[in-house]
Write a protein that binds this ligand. Structure first.
Ligand code: PRX
Length: 649
């Protein structure tokens, strides 16, 4: 975003006051900010008290060895008991937990909390039967079907940390995650439905297994039959879910785990090639996600909540599985992708009240035109959320007016895989929303915008977004790599967590997120690393060198643009080289990482010390006048690239 656009944005003077009814009856009111400021730990302790604990904690926060935090020290808790058993015990067993909607029309299932408890208990028994013990890791590679929720909660129940790998990732990506976290068992399905057709998953697991070097890894693969398509079968390794789980007992006595027991590892892209295994633990994570879900979405007993994220991302973990289920919410879970009208049909049919999605989806719907949503009755909606990337004011206002009937507040929620919970957001009953701004840190969260010397920039200025105090759902470390954890997040300024985002404070002190300042791209709200895609490209035998940039894209926020130099032996690579390389990236990482555009070039712009100047490549990709080239070793390189780009795909 240019300075000019930004300053125009920050003079946004539209304000949307909270609806009076919502404000009067809000779960969290203005006083919460002062209460949290006066005693942050007491504030989070009261949030933790919303959950069921075995042993209560002796200490709220142990920050004696920063940046390694321990929350609710000495407490014991079971996440799955909090997400299912306690609602059944409280007499809410008949309440619907999941209105599951499959992609094929009319393929639906309503699952109550009592049914979910039985399924989770059976799956926990089945996993134990397969030899999974407390502390063992389990990889989950599944479509959006209820069994994925059951699988996650069953792992949590027995204390086996899960690592969910998004179904769109490749066999290679799956194998590297299984290896990095040492997963003993994989849970998958024969396939899922995508855009009306079955799409296989099991073959990717079979291929991943062949790449593992240790026999202990993925020694059992539990397979849900979803599509009924043919699968290869290894009698020693593969087990059908419907045989192992359906025949298991629905009685399972849960063990209480330490508050700091690992709950899951979620891999995400960093600014270097290797994905980072973000570790979340139990008590603090569940406190942070359940409290903020109740606070930011103002959840009431009779709400129908729908978060459209895939469970393979952190949003699916925090705001589809753990937060909402710990709160006993009724929610919609949809297997499909956004097709014209289908989402709004679901809102109408299920009378959805709280809706949470990403700006990229909103921008796609804007392009399709308001006639499509206008054809549905969406009067049940009372609050809308946005996550994953900056929401531009036009998209915000369209969302509010067209989807929200001009009555629903929009909460623009900033957070990350690492933060686990929402950190910056309006409070729907308190804050007058400003289109484009995520507003303020939530009560109990300390955020600031600082300059290179870690000084607060003050209102009206831009800098780096930092977090100044620990929070319950914060990542505890990177799986198996404490040093990288310290280096990545805590080494830039002493005592401050560096999020990797640029931000500005407007004249009222409200926060505007400006996107990443590191080598991380945000494509349709998904995080991708430039270096990881560059590594994938240079692993192709025809590629000598590659540089990747995230270029602005109207719909997806950013798009992957690659510049490659081919090896001499590849000649000009042939006509299909671009498609060949795009496919190669999909194979190495997954279809989501496929470059939108690949330009074959003779040179890359480098400084005298050999560093690629991506800033200049971004200018080319965004079709702008190329910026200052004086630090280039050879300033004619850009002319060459520019002339090439005008004729390239
Ligand atoms: O750059 C920020 C952007 O997404 C990054 C985190 O990505 P990930 O870990 O995949 O989690 C996405 C879902 C929580 C952040 O560093 N981001 C997330 N939410 C917003 C955002 N940027 C602007 N506004 C947001 N509301």
């Amino acid at each position: 975003m240019s300075e000019q656009t930004l300053s125009n944005l920050m003079h946004e003077d539209r304000r949307f006051e909270p609806p009076a009814g919502l404000a009067a009856d809000a779960n969290v009111k203005e006083e919460a900010y002062a209460r949290a400021d006066s005693d942050r730990e007491a504030f989070w302790a009261s949030a933790a008290e919303r959950l069921d604990w075995g042993q209560k904690w002796d200490q709220v926060l142990d920050w004696s060895n920063p940046p390694f935090a321990k929350w609710f020290v000495g407490g014991t808790i079971n996440a799955s008991v909090n997400c299912v058993d306690r609602h059944v015990d409280a007499g809410n067993g008949d309440k619907v937990a999941l209105h599951w909607i499959g992609e094929p029309e009319d393929d639906t299932r309503d699952i109550t909390y009592a049914q979910l408890k039985d399924e989770v208990s059976k799956a926990a028994n089945a996993l134990t039967g397969l030899g999974v013990q407390k502390g063992d890791r389990v990889a989950i590679y599944m479509p959006m079907i209820p069994e994925v929720v059951v699988a996650m909660l069953a792992c949590a129940r027995i204390g086996a940390p899960h690592t969910v790998v998004f179904g769109g990732f490749s066999a290679d990506a799956l194998a590297s995650r299984i290896t990095d976290c040492g997963a003993k068992v994989v849970i998958t399905a024969d396939g899922g439905y995508r855009r009306g057709a079955p799409s296989a998953l099991k073959p990717a697991v079979d291929e991943a297994v062949t790449k593992l070097e240790d026999d202990e890894l993925a020694s059992k693969v539990l397979v849900v039959r979803r599509t009924g398509q043919d699968v290869d079968w290894d009698d020693d390794r593969d087990v059908w879910w419907h045989e192992a789980v359906d025949n298991a007992s629905a009685d399972h006595e849960p063990e209480l785990h330490d508050a700091e027991h690992p709950l899951f590892v979620m891999y995400t892209s960093g600014s270097t090639g290797k994905p980072k295994g973000i570790l979340h633990t139990t008590g603090g994570y569940l406190t942070g996600t359940s409290f903020t879900h109740w606070e930011v979405f103002d959840l009431k007993d009779d709400d129908v909540y729908w978060c459209t994220a895939d469970v393979g991302w952190i949003t699916g973990h925090s705001y589809m599985v753990y937060g909402p289920l710990a709160n006993g919410a009724t929610q919609v879970m949809f297997e499909g992708t956004p097709e014209k009208g289908r989402w709004w049909q679901i809102v109408q049919d299920y009378k959805v009240t709280l809706f949470y999605t990403a700006p990229t989806a909103i921008r796609t719907f804007m392009k399709q035109g308001r006639e499509i949503p206008d054809a549905y009755d969406m009067s049940s909606l009372r609050l809308l959320g946005s996550v994953g990337e900056p929401i531009n004011p036009e998209a915000y206002v369209w969302y509010r007016e067209v989807i929200g009937g001009d009555r629903c507040p929009v909460v623009d929620t900033w957070w990350q895989t690492e933060t686990g919970q929402i950190m910056i957001s309006p409070l729907p009953g308190v804050t007058a929303g400003k289109p484009g701004s995520a507003m303020k840190a939530l009560p109990g969260i300390a955020a600031d915008v600082v300059d290179d010397d870690a000084q607060s920039v003050g209102n009206g200025n831009g800098g780096y977004l930092v977090l100044k105090e620990p929070w319950p759902a914060m990542l505890r470390t990177l799986w198996g790599d404490d040093e990288r954890f310290k280096d990545t997040y805590w080494s830039r300024w002493k005592g401050l967590y560096f999020a990797g985002d640029g931000a500005k404070l407007d004249d009222d002190g409200d926060i505007w997120l400006l996107g990443r300042v590191d080598d991380v791209m945000n494509v349709s709200g998904h995080r991708l690393s430039t270096t990881e895609i560059e590594s994938a490209l240079v692993s192709h035998p025809k590629v000598a060198e590659a540089a990747v940039v995230g270029a602005a894209d109207e719909t997806t926020g950013q798009a992957v643009c690659a510049f490659v130099i081919l090896r001499d032996s590849a000649g000009d690579g042939g006509e299909d080289i671009v498609e060949e390389l795009r496919k190669h990236v999909a194979k190495e990482i997954g279809a989501i990482a496929k470059p939108r555009q690949i330009m074959v070039v003779a040179e890359l712009p480098k400084t005298r010390s050999g560093k690629i100047m991506r800033r200049l490549l971004k200018d080319v990709a965004e079709d702008r006048e190329v910026g200052d080239v004086t630090t280039l070793a050879d300033s004619t390189v850009m002319d060459l690239i520019k002339s090439k780009s005008s004729g390239s795909s």
